[in-house]
Write a new protein. Sequence first.
Length: 194
Amino acid sequence: MDDAFTLLRRAVDLLPEDAVAENGQTVGDVREEIGFQEWEMALDVLLEIADVQPVSIAFWEMLAEAARQMMLDRTRRWCEWRGWEVRHGTIRATLNLSGTDEGGRRSAFSGDGRLRPLWDIGSRTADGRRGLDIARLWVEFAPELGPGETAVVRLAPLRPEQWRHLEPGDVITMHEARPAVGIAEIIEVLPPRG
């Protein structure tokens, strides 16, 4: 198995030479960071570029393994998440959690993809009752989300094919018990790319 530094070098080679992140960082910047042995900086720049440049599952697997070796657990999970999205598609939504006084959660949850709540996405059971579907949840730009808070989230359904009918503007509800603990409006749905 390659070490983290070799994996970062190999990941750079998978990018087009003219790939640029939103903040203006380039493939050349990554190579420079690698040359200075700034491994974590190189990883961060690769993540920034991958936010705007379509990349392969292999790219995300390399970054996930490099992050694991560098003991960057949250970054590892993020890279694994993004690889999953390449394979299965991306669903992003604005989630409004109910407050505690509205029957919502009593505490914040970690936003790093470990929570697996149930979602009402309009499914029906064989006997016509409302069905609930499972999807992991990743909170963008925040380590956690608490009662009464709102954030943009990414969803990773257990059965992605059940979610293909969703489109921007659709509203779904999050359940951990009864009643619903959150309402989400779909803002982006992207098909698989891998």
